[in-house]
Design a protein around this ligand. Structure first.
Ligand code: SAH
Length: 248
């Protein structure tokens, strides 16, 4: 049997994994062997008596920096399988912003290695020496890379074949067509005086599709002018619109 999609996490806090990914959709998929998780405790690669993994920043300033020798030892002892499509990232606010296209890219790989920083971050030399790309969850600062790694894995695991029962749920979602998703409604038909939009109860698939498309476009225009511009100019993630993909 071929090995399942594998997440390898280098961290000072291996006990944070699988964390929330041990439950629900991802947890079930993990149990079913659709994906595997390997945690590497960076501290196991500290070589001095005190198992030091960090030190004071060169040039002064607050905080501590993770040592390149310890990180390189951890990385080198846990290289991706030879020849495998298996990217290695350092989670960092300075990195390339993580997005749905990257989630798809990672889901199509054999696995991924995610290096989680702590303190002020890692010594730049280990990133340069090992050619490690940086990946950011967004324009904010976390206290460690672990929550970012969990978010990245959540986004990837749900895309793996067999994780989501009805794959057509995936194709219509926000960002898959380069724009945000239309709003959802369910029962009851009237709640606190608010009605489910009439068209959704019409059973008229073409009208429903057109309404959803218009709503998706309106929401994107209002909330995300950046996405809207890219979508309109045909540079969005994909040029097909989500409502064109409704399978009825
Ligand atoms: N001094 C750094 C922040 C360090 S935060 C700076 O200003 O850029 C500590 C660790 O949290 C980082 O090493 C990184 O692994 C993780 N982290 C913080 N914010 C993140 C984000 N937005 N995306 C991904 N990882 C993040």
């Amino acid at each position: 049997m071929t090995s399942p999609w594998t997440a390898r996490i280098l961290t000072l806090f291996p006990q944070m994994f699988p964390g929330p990914l041990g439950l629900s959709l991802a947890g079930k998929a993990h149990e079913d062997g659709i994906w595997a998780l390997q945690t590497v405790d960076i501290r196991d690669y500290a070589h001095d008596r005190h198992r030091m993994v960090d030190d004071t920043p060169a040039g002064g300033g607050p905080g501590m920096v993770m040592r390149p020798d310890v990180l390189a030892a951890a990385l080198d002892a846990n290289l991706p399988p030879a020849g495998a499509d298996w990217p290695v990232f350092y989670l960092s606010p300075r990195g390339r912003p993580f997005d749905q296209a990257m989630a798809r890219r990672l889901a199509s790989a054999a696995g991924v290695t995610l290096l989680c920083g702590r303190f002020e971050g890692v010594d730049q030399r280990v990133l340069d020496a090992r050619g490690i790309e940086e990946l950011s969850l967004g324009d904010f600062v976390l206290s460690g890379g672990e929550p970012a790694a969990l978010a990245v894995l959540d986004a990837v695991v749900r895309l793996l074949p067999g994780v989501i029962g009805a794959p057509e749920t995936l194709v219509e979602e926000s960002f898959e067509a380069g724009i945000l998703e239309y709003p959802h409604y369910t029962r009851p038909r009237v709640w606190e005086g608010r009605e489910v939009p009439e068209v959704l109860l019409s059973g008229h698939h073409q009208r429903i599709r057109a309404w959803r498309r218009a709503e998706a476009e309106r929401v994107t225009r209002e909330r995300r002018p950046d996405l809207w511009r890219a979508y309109e100019s045909g540079e969005g993630a994909k040029t097909r619109r989500p409502a064109d993909r409704v399978m009825d």
